[in-house]
Structure formats: structure tokens, C-alpha cells
Design a protein around this ligand. Structure first.
Ligand SMILES: [Zn+2]
Length: 203
């Protein structure tokens, strides 16, 4: 039993090139120098810092590493043996002493994959919201600069408008800083704040 499990692992590793598997699951390795690179799916990676070698990967950002089975297991949140079965199925590698997955096992794998896809979607929606909020605040910032220029010498009547423009612009710049430099929590906070702020201003 133990031997056949080891055989399965070796067989999968020998049959499926890592870079091919990574491509198959929707990531886009780019060739740079001797190796392929991708943006690491295991941390918030801005530039490709995960190197794909012949049979292993290593992320210079977060230290994630392993072989094709480790990659698929971690990427889809599967047990190593489940990753072996998944790879075997996706790449048509017949396993020794092949047995079909039970309904229960298949269901479990499907659930985890669905969960992973939902998480990816949530994260992508979040990134989109951050981009949109950032663009919106930049536009607004520009607008307030114009307003302030137009009222360069505020008379009494315009004074409150001028003060408000200054105040709003401080707030906008604070938000822009957080969107650029902040962590995920900060960005979430700004996206929500701006949403509320827009509502309160009826913008
Ligand atoms: Zn990483």
C-alpha cells in the first residue's frame, strides 16, 4: 500500500513537467534567462518572483517551494494524494493499481476547487475596486485643485467653500496614500470609506 502510494508520486512527477502543469491551471509562466517565472499565487506578488525549475519551484518572495504535486496541492488546497489523482486525471496519466475516486472523494475535491475559485474571484473583485477607487480619488483631487485655483483669493462668501475644498483634499490625499502604501486591511478600509463618503455626498 505504502509502496504503491510512493510509486504514484514518482510516476506523476516524472510524467508531468512542472511548467506545463502551471500553465494548464491558468497561470502564465514567462521565460526569463534559464527559467520560467510567474507571479507567486501564494503571496501578494507584484512582480513574478516564483521561479520554475525543471522539477521544482521556489518563490523568492515568500519561500514557497516544492514539486509539481506540492504546487497543485497548495494551489487547490488539496492533500498531496488528492493532488496526485487530480494531476493523473487532468494529464491522462494512468496510475498503477488504478482505482476510481469514490464519489465522496470527488465531491471533496470539487468543493475545494470551487472554494478556491470563489476566493480568487473575491480577490480579483477587490483589486478592481481598489483600482476604481484610486482613479476616482485622483479625478476628485484634480477637481479640488481646480476649485482652489479658481478661488485663489477667497472672499468672505467663498471662504467656506475654499476651506471645504482644502479639507476634502487632505482627506483624499490621505486615502490615496493608503491605497498606494497600505496593506490589504487599509485598502479595504478606504474602498468602504469612499463608498460611504460618496453616498453621504450623493455623488
Ligand atoms: Zn510567494
Amino acid at each position: 500500500m505504502i509502496n504503491s502510494a510512493i510509486d504514484k508520486f514518482t510516476l506523476i512527477k516524472d510524467s508531468i513537467p512542472l511548467v506545463q502543469a502551471i500553465e494548464y491551471y491558468g497561470l502564465h509562466p514567462i521565460k526569463r534567462g534559464r527559467y520560467h517565472w510567474i507571479k507567486c499565487p501564494f503571496h501578494n506578488d507584484k512582480n513574478p518572483s516564483l521561479a520554475i525549475y525543471e522539477e521544482s519551484f521556489y518563490c523568492f518572495g515568500c519561500g514557497a517551494h516544492g514539486d509539481v504535486i506540492d504546487f497543485v496541492a497548495r494551489y487547490f488546497n488539496l492533500e498531496p494524494l488528492e493532488a496526485v489523482y487530480r494531476l493523473a486525471e487532468d494529464f491522462n496519466v494512468p496510475l498503477p493499481e488504478e482505482r476510481r475516486l469514490t464519489k465522496e472523494e470527488k465531491k471533496k475535491i470539487q468543493q475545494r476547487i470551487r472554494q478556491k475559485q470563489e476566493e480568487d474571484k473575491l480577490y480579483n473583485d477587490f483589486l478592481k475596486a481598489v483600482d476604481e477607487t484610486y482613479d476616482y480619488l485622483c479625478e476628485l483631487n484634480h477637481l479640488y485643485t481646480k476649485i482652489k485655483q479658481a478661488i485663489s483669493e477667497p472672499k468672505d462668501m467663498e471662504l467656506s467653500e475654499f476651506v471645504e475644498a482644502c479639507h476634502e483634499q487632505d482627506l483624499i490625499n490621505y486615502w490615496l496614500d493608503l491605497l498606494l502604501e497600505g496593506n490589504i486591511q487599509d485598502k479595504l478600509f478606504v474602498v468602504e470609506e469612499v463608498k460611504q463618503w460618496k453616498l453621504s455626498k450623493k455623488l
